[in-house]
Design a protein around this ligand. Structure first.
Ligand SMILES: Cc1ncc(COP(=O)(O)O)c(C=O)c1O
Length: 385
């Protein structure tokens, strides 16, 4: 492990009195760290997260312990919670996903949403095998291990989406039976989208209608929903549960997300009244009451139309990046309607400077809300040198 330059400064003494630490110096250290992190906004092109937000008006909540223990629909004996705000956030996403009555809650991120969706699917169909494409997020094979489910990584086609003929072949070879299928809407490695309706058809052809489809829309859900030409991603297209991210298109100072599921499916896991008086129908017991307030604040500020403008900005920036990188000879490619642009991997120093993730000899540029044409021009100038 490389030694961090602040490692000595941040060491926590056993007895703070009489040491070189003290609140003024500590606050200065924290400010230094924050300034460094804020400065990175100028060069953050490779990660699917938004750095364009300001939640400082919510600072009062940093002085009190809020706890949304149990699911959002039921109140709890711990009175300091923000469930009324959480229900408003869930309701916004449920409407967007095409099922106003959907059950949902605010999660710690995409991984918890995926775990929840697969858990509900496994409890509905205890013998189910789990399928996801080879391009799925790395959380899915881990979740299969946690839930002790048989896991099959289904091949992808030229478009990097799940190959439905391969899915049919795999399930036929297993002689049918129940299945939990994870479709990805916006893969982390290129933005491709699986075909939810096609998955159900392929499994019906292979002899099963006992299927739970979990849509991992952590990265691309809001883009598919709010693009000028919306694409299938949610309940209307056959999803049983959906994971969305809060820190990607929306933006938050820490990872968070939203999970949704058809209300009747939650019965498979719900234990009424046992979570401090609330129903136990989430993964964790105690849950953070602060994140729902952040998400509510940002959603009230932006609304659906503001988010639509945001998605349009990301897609326009991705298109501009694709055009500029082509002009400069870096062989860009972009999945239809995606904000991810793959291009020839530059030097390691440039990947570090621009926070670019790479797979093999290709690098990812992801046009998130804080990324502008000016960032692209500066990247191209650097690439030219
Ligand atoms: C498609 C997809 N699913 C799941 C996740 C996991 O989300 P988190 O890192 O919030 O757990 C990510 C994160 O990048 C993702 O892109």
């Amino acid at each position: 492990m490389v030694r961090h330059p602040l490692a000595d400064d941040v060491r926590i003494p056993d007895d703070p009195t009489g040491s070189s630490s003290g609140s003024d110096r500590d606050v200065a250290l924290l400010k230094e760290m924050a300034a460094q992190m804020l400065g990175e906004r100028d060069h953050m092109l490779g990660f699917p997260l938004n750095l364009d937000f300001d939640y400082r008006p919510l600072a009062d909540f940093l002085q009190v312990h809020g706890n949304n223990v149990g699911g959002p629909p039921t109140s709890s004996e711990y009175q300091l919670h923000s469930k009324v705000f959480e229900r408003a956030v869930v309701s916004f996403f449920a409407r967007l996903a095409g099922h106003e009555e959907a059950f949902g809650y605010v999660t710690t991120g995409g991984t918890e949403g995926n775990l929840y969706g697969c858990y509900v699917g496994r409890e509905r169909f205890p013998e189910a095998v789990m399928y996801a494409s080879q391009a799925t997020h790395y959380s899915l094979p881990k979740i299969a291990r946690l839930l002790r489910m048989d896991y099959v990584a289904v091949e992808v086609g030229h478009d990097r989406a799940m190959d439905l003929a391969a899915l049919r072949r795999h399930h036929t070879a297993r002689k049918g039976g129940p299945a939990v299928v994870v479709t990805t809407i916006g893969t982390t490695t290129g933005g491709s989208e699986d075909d939810l309706a096609g998955v159900r058809e392929a499994l019906a052809d292979a002899g099963t209608d006992q299927v739970h489809i979990h849509s991992d829309a952590a990265f691309g859900g809001l883009i598919a929903a709010l693009a000028p030409e919306p694409r299938p991603w949610a309940f209307e297209s056959g999803a049983d549960s959906i994971a969305l991210s809060g820190h990607k298109m929306l933006g938050a100072p820490f990872p968070c997300g939203i999970v949704l599921t058809r209300p009747e499916h939650v019965e498979a896991i719900r234990r009424p009244g046992i979570a401090v008086g609330s129903d136990d129908d989430t993964i964790t017991g105690s849950r953070d009451a602060f994140t729902p307030l952040l998400l509510w604040y940002e959603l009230r500020r932006l609304g659906r139309t503001g988010l639509q403008r945001r998605v349009a900005h990301c897609l326009a920036t991705a298109e501009y990046a694709e055009q500029r990188l082509r002009e400069e000879g870096h062989h860009p490619e972009r999945a239809p309607g995606s904000n991810t642009v793959l291009f020839d991997k530059p030097t390691a120093a440039l990947c570090r400077r621009w926070n670019l993730l790479s797979v093999g000899d290709r690098a990812h540029l992801i046009a998130m809300p804080h990324v502008t044409g000016e960032h692209i021009d500066r990247l191209c100038a650097d690439l030219r040198q």
